[in-house]
Design a binder for this molecule. Structure first.
Ligand code: TPP
Ligand code: MG
Length: 464
């Protein structure tokens, strides 16, 4: 690897760039082979058209529309079948027994937490929750194949990514209850987790906004990877649903990621529904994978119920994403959404119960891995009972602790935007304090850390 500042071309991590200096304000230009030819006219007798933007296209005198409906669907990559049997014994699962057990425990923990939190919401103890039922393998399997330093952007149904990275039960519960220990200081809806320690950006409800953010972060990482060749390179990873892929943000993000060749894995969870909208009303193409090719992005479709396939696909995508200085990769992971969209949804209003029951019975990432583990005599009914009983206690303990916790100090409503309070914010603080003092019976101020003092302190100091 040579980094010659001031030289015309720089060789860095295996590819040539043209900038003379590597700083963030300059765009390193990566020349991909098909861009080298910029001729606007074809040479006489040429068999192919040479035109910028559609290079190397053969002339034809047959009128033949590209008709996607006549093509075979993109295949779905699998490592093990529905019965937990590995298909290609020679390649195997590339997973040690201990690691497979740990992935299994995390998947069970996630599904148990989901069931308990869903019930807690029904009891009125939580305001909102979203389960990952059926999609546990995607989140946990893909997260297990990444580097802890990779930067992650989630949608909202990727609780397993947080769990696999080490977000603790206490941290989940503190966020769900918006108590004073919530890393987001109670400013977000439940399940909108975030953790700078784990390199996971905070979830935003506004669909698809994370996709261009991830493309931008990947561009920054590309520059960092070039500037700091002694540090292991990092990538950005972005999760989203097939419904979110209908947003303009998805298209803008994939296009900029492709043209800038940024190291980013885009992971689409295709679970068949965007709340009540089935995929048949969402698009007519071959899923989301077919769009990757349109943007010139390496793409793979994977069986999301097969955690080994998810892991291997993610590992390979990470390797590709760092190849030749960086490039985006798209993976479409297929796994039916078994649960309701959220606690605000009753999915039986728009789909048949039998459809869900069929899916539950037919295939599931947890039971598939369990079958594999049992086949290797690593798991049995006794171990299952013991695990479930231990996890139930741990989840409920964290739940009780977080439920009893104090709410964050009220001053945090004004935190984190400006270094000092603005004139307008001062009026808001004064007005809020005044209302809370005048109507003490309407507001449970003592439930918040520091009570009203936190606002008085703000009014006095003006600084946070
Ligand atoms: C910009 C925007 N439009 C609409 C919504 C409402 N909404 C929330 S989730 C959702 C469905 C998303 O479906 P998908 O991306 O497939 O993810 P899934 O819920 O299936 O995991 C919609 C329409 C929103 N949050 N943001
Ligand atoms: Mg969906």
């Amino acid at each position: 690897m040579t980094l010659r500042y001031g030289a015309r071309r720089i060789r860095c991590r295996g590819f040539w760039t043209t900038p003379t200096c590597l700083n963030a304000s300059q765009t390193p230009k990566v020349t991909v082979p098909w861009q080298r030819c910029r001729s606007v006219a074809s040479t006489p007798n040429a068999e192919r058209v040479l035109f910028p933007g559609a290079l190397n296209s053969k002339f034809t005198n047959t009128i033949e529309f590209l008709r996607p409906t006549t093509k075979d669907a993109i295949p779905t990559y699998r490592v093990m079948d529905q019965y937990g049997k590995v298909i290609d014994k020679e390649i195997g699962t590339e997973t040690e027994d201990e690691e497979a057990l740990s992935l299994y425990r995390n998947m069970v923990c996630l599904s148990m937490m989901d069931v308990l939190m869903f019930e807690a919401q029904r009891q009125g103890r939580l305001s909102f929750y979203m389960v990952s039922a059926g999609e546990e393998g995607i989140a946990i399997g893909s997260a297990s194949a990444l580097s802890p330093s990779d930067v992650i952007f989630c949608q909202y149904r990727e609780t397993g990514v947080y769990m696999q990275r080490g977000f603790t039960l206490d941290q989940f519960m503190n966020q769900l209850f918006s108590n004073s220990k919530d890393l987001g200081l109670g400013r977000n809806m439940p399940v909108h987790y975030g953790s700078s320690d784990l390199n996971i950006h905070t979830i935003s409800s506004t669909l698809a906004t994370q996709i261009p953010h991830a493309a931008g972060a990947a561009y920054a990482l590309k520059l960092q990877n070039m500037q700091q060749p002694d540090i292991p390179p990092r990538i950005a990873v972005c999760y989203f649903g097939e419904g979110a892929a209908s947003e303009g943000d998805f298209h803008a993000a994939l296009n900029i990621a492709a043209t800038r060749q940024v190291p980013c894995i885009f992971i689409c969870r295709n679970n068949g529904y965007a709340i009540s909208t089935p995929t048949s009303d969402q698009y007519r193409g071959d899923g989301i994978a077919s769009r990757g090719a349109g943007y010139g992005i390496d793409t793979l479709r994977v069986d999301g119920n097969d955690i080994f396939a998810v892991r291997r696909a993610t590992k390979e995508a990470r390797r590709l994403a760092l190849e030749n200085g960086g490039k985006p990769v798209l993976i479409e992971m297929m796994a039916y959404r078994v649960g309701h969209h959220s606690t605000s949804d009753d999915s039986f209003a728009y789909r048949q119960r039998v459809e869900v029951e069929d899916w539950k019975r037919r295939d599931n990432p947890i039971t598939r891995l369990r079958k594999w583990l049992e086949g290797r005599r690593l798991w049995d009914e006794g171990k299952e009972r013991e695990l479930r009983s231990r996890l139930r206690k741990e989840i409920l303990l964290a739940f009780d602790k977080a439920e009893k916790g104090k709410k964050p100090a009220i001053k945090h409503v004004f935190d984190g935007v400006w270094e000092e309070l603005t004139e307008e914010q001062r009026w808001h603080v004064e007005e809020l304090r005044d209302i809370l003092e005048r109507y003490p019976k309407e507001y449970d101020i003592d439930a918040h850390e520091e009570g009203l003092d936190s606002l008085r302190e703000l009014e006095k100091g003006g600084r946070r």
